[in-house]
Design a binder for this molecule. Structure first.
Ligand SMILES: *Cc1c(COP(=O)(O)O)cnc(C)c1O
Ligand SMILES: [Zn+2]
Length: 394
């Protein structure tokens, strides 16, 4: 059945194709595919909650829908800043926004009758794929960088019964292995974010924000493989195409200074993106030197007149502490980078206090608690409690 409400287009060679969930990369040049959605949607008629509320925006045929009620995450208003909002994606079923894309990718795999899905992951894609595939009765094979995946995420993948292949190397090496496997073996369906169907689910972040607070001025997104920043931009672009908003919020990518190819390109006005060979950061979800979706991300940043910024790990940890202790929101390190980015962009005048800003808090704090046990001073001897109370009561 041909879906007449859209088509697919290669970002590299501009070839176009009919809508097909089996098309992951351009069959002509191997480039990334964009899904162009041309359906007229009446947003007032949408029903239900979460990602599938927006199914009219999502092309493709889904004779099986594999869902864990993902999406519909809270948009929490800052206690301290009048126009700042936190989109807490850590409250998705497996604790990250990956679930929004995974419901579409695994529903596609199930509808196409695949028995095996594969992914390379820094952790959250692995956790999400494992859970959704389990629900679909599909097997998952994961390629993970050995010793580099946060314990909570590795635990989730084991718990949901994925087959795990540990790679001596970085996430980027694991990704190379997935691409090779996918090129050589037609029995596996890849659910990494170079699969454009995943991004169709992730774009619903934009729709939820719009339905709740209208059109923000800025969206700040922690950026690794750079699919999510494009997905959110695409969501707003589709709202603009429907005449619901006049302009797209400025998309701001945040990276860690140990793995910042996109930020270096944008901030340095470079001619060409330079990949990072040995990316390093404690924020493992964005520890990516060769972002597979960089062309899409650059399109999103440029088209929205956005920007990119990088922070060192110390600053990212400060952001995590601040969100947890000032706002009561526990997020993993990658997500916390957005808090510090907001401060920096306020300080340098790029963002104004009156601008409506949304931070995308991509993953839950419980994913990766390790660094917090290294702090020696968290425990107080019982004999000091009396003194403590006397100090705190004033
Ligand atoms: C995957 C992930 C990111 C990065 O998203 P990309 O689409 O790869 O840029 C950021 N934060 C968390 C918690 C993630 O799981
Ligand atoms: Zn192409």
């Amino acid at each position: 059945m041909i879906d007449k409400h859209g088509f697919m287009k290669c970002i590299s060679c501009s070839s176009t194709f009919n809508i097909d969930q089996n098309l992951i990369v351009c069959p002509k040049c191997g480039g990334l595919l964009e899904i162009i959605n041309e359906k007229e949607v009446d947003i007032k008629k949408l029903k239900g909650k979460g990602v599938w509320r927006y199914k009219d925006f999502i092309p493709g045929n889904y004779n099986k829908i594999i869902s864990l009620n993902e999406g519909n995450t809270p948009l929490i208003k800052s206690k301290r800043f009048e126009n700042l909002f936190f989109k807490f994606e850590g409250l998705n079923p497996t604790g990250s926004f990956k679930d929004r894309g995974m419901t579409i990718a695994i529903s596609s795999a199930a509808s196409l009758k695949y028995k095996i899905v594969v992914a390379a992951s820094t952790g959250n894609t692995a956790a999400s794929a494992s859970a959704y595939a389990a629900r679909a009765g599909i097997k998952t094979i994961l390629f993970l960088p050995k010793g580099k995946v946060a314990k909570g995420k590795l635990f989730q993948s084991i718990l949901h019964g994925a087959y795990i292949v540990e790679i001596n190397g970085s996430f980027d090496d694991a990704m190379d292995k997935i691409k090779k496997l996918f090129n050589e073996n037609k029995d596996v369906y890849p659910v990494n974010s170079f699969n454009p169907w995943r991004l169709e689910g992730q774009k619903t972040i934009a729709f939820e924000i719009f339905e709740e607070i209208g059109n923000p001025d800025f969206i700040i997104v922690p950026t690794g493989n750079a699919g999510n920043i494009y997905a959110i931009w695409k969501g707003f672009k589709e709202l603009m195409n429907l005449g619901l908003i006049e302009k797209i919020p400025k998309m701001i990518a945040v990276q860690s200074s140990g793995s910042s190819p996109i930020a270096d390109y944008i901030m340095g006005n470079k001619e060409k993106i330079e990949f990072v060979e040995n990316p390093e950061t404690l924020a493992t979800a964005i520890r990516i030197g060769k972002p597979v979706n960089y062309m899409k991300a650059l399109k999103a940043i440029k088209d929205s007149n956005g920007y990119a910024i990088k922070l060192d790990d110390k600053e990212i940890i400060e952001g995590q502490k601040e969100l947890a202790r000032e706002e009561g929101i526990g997020v993993e390190l990658a997500s916390a980078s957005t808090m510090k980015a907001y401060h920096k962009l306020l300080d340098n005048g790029y963002i104004n206090k009156n601008d409506k800003v949304v931070l995308i808090l991509t993953g839950h704090a419980l994913k990766d608690p390790n660094i917090w046990f290294e702090e020696e001073t968290y425990s107080i001897p019982p004999s000091d409690v009396e003194v403590l109370i006397n100090k705190l009561k004033i």
